[in-house]
Design a protein around this ligand. Structure first.
Ligand code: ZN
Length: 70
């Protein structure tokens, strides 16, 4: 099964790499050439290039549009 790789503003995604605070869930708070994500654990936000984000993202956990596959 192929994981969904599309995402949009407001989505909560699971990253392959865990944040130092212990969570790997990030919320997309800005989209553009670069993407700003906010850690749902410690509220720390980081700006990363889209290509790097797509590589590091594992899957979309919660879509802003509604639940996925439920
Ligand atoms: Zn964190």
């Amino acid at each position: 099964m192929v994981e969904r790789k599309t995402f949009q503003l407001g989505d909560v995604v699971q990253m392959k790499k865990q944040h130092p605070c212990g969570t790997n869930e990030m919320e997309i708070i800005r989209m553009g050439m670069d993407i700003r994500i906010k850690c749902t654990g410690c509220q720390h936000s980081v700006l990363i290039p889209r290509a790097k984000f797509e590589k590091n993202m594992k899957k979309v956990l919660r879509s802003a549009e509604g639940p996925l596959g439920q």
